[in-house]
Design a protein around this ligand. Structure first.
Ligand code: DAK
Length: 257
């Protein structure tokens, strides 16, 4: 039986997706994108979902980009279809209702960096390498990089990265705000376990609401975004979670969500 290009492990609502093409440094081809989209469709409907982790198989690479071998002979129409498939899939990852964590364990280049940019968290090992090297291949980023990168790190740094194609190390990625944390590779797993347990300990609806407020608000003017926050805040008082969280505080005990 052939190995799956995406491995999925579900541990009580913490779902880990591993892109499994280590021989090609987990480059994204059509098969990976289709498999990822199938998993995301399932996750969108999973009611007990608390957080999603996405990573690459092996110790060398998260994702070394879109698959150059598959792309080389594409016509403009085929390139557009490929980019549309990737954009749609990456957007579905971004809009999952729970926090999505990129566990960046090595090369995070091109489409890989664009995948990480669509995640809420990026936690990187200290050997991780980031970049948008598309201009070295005669193309531009096609999976959202020219739009999400400036929103994450600001337009000046984004222009630097997408026009030079230079690679940066994990330390610089942390400094410019591309990633949230950098860990020695040996400590990456335990840190991510701690992070997901922390997320899991919080009110599930509150975590979803907080993510929604940030994401939806970013696309709106400040007044509309603040109104959105007010609505989502008020909505918290319609459920049990707020009652339990505040009662637990007053009764000096741990909330049981
Ligand atoms: N695609 C396909 N295969 C790849 C790959 C990739 N992106 N990256 C690595 N590999 C394969 C290598 O070919 C090699 O395969 P074999 O020769 O063993 O068969 C194997 O992985 C191991 O790689 P290396 O031997 O090169 O390993 P090294 O440690 O020496 O170097 C490296 C690691 C990550 C520095 C190097 O592999 C590298 O530079 N890889 C390419 C990185 C890159 O340029 N990524 C960006 C790809 S472009 C679009 C527009 C643009 C895009 C998409 C759509 N539209 C408008 C449609 C572009 C997106 C991109 O991501």
């Amino acid at each position: 039986m052939s190995e799956s290009v995406i491995e999925k492990v579900d541990s009580e609502g913490i779902v880990r997706l591993t892109i499994n093409r280590p021989k090609a440094l987990n480059a994204l081809n059509s098969d990976v994108l289709s498999a990822l989209e199938t998993h995301l469709t399932e996750l969108e409907n999973q009611t007990n979902l608390r957080a999603v982790l996405i990573t690459g198989a092996g110790e060398k690479s998260f994702v070394a980009g879109a698959d150059i071998t598959e792309m080389r002979d594409k016509t403009p129409e085929e390139a557009r279809a490929f980019a549309s498939q990737a954009l749609r899939t990456i957007q579905r990852l971004e809009t999952l209702p729970v926090p999505v964590v990129a566990l960046v364990n090595g090369f995070c280049l091109g489409g890989g960096c664009e995948l990480a940019l669509a995640c809420d968290w990026a936690v990187a090992s200290d050997n991780a390498v980031f970049g948008q090297p598309e201009v070295l291949l005669g193309v531009i980023p096609g999976f959202g990089g020219t739009q999400r990168l400036p929103r994450r790190v600001g337009p000046a740094m984004a222009i630097d990265l997408v026009t030079t194609g230079r690679k940066i190390d994990a330390k610089e990625a942390l400094r410019i705000g591309l990633v949230n944390r950098v860990m020695p590779q040996a400590e990456l797993e335990s840190y991510v376990e701690e992070l997901t347990q922390q997320l899991k300990g919080n009110g599930p609806q509150s975590v979803r609401g907080a993510k929604q407020a940030v994401h939806d608000g970013m696309d709106q003017d400040l007044d509309s975004a603040l109104a959105l926050e007010t609505s989502l805040f008020a909505l918290c008082f319609a459920g049990e979670e707020q009652k339990e969280g505040m009662s637990a505080f007053i009764e000096k005990r741990k909330a049981n969500f």
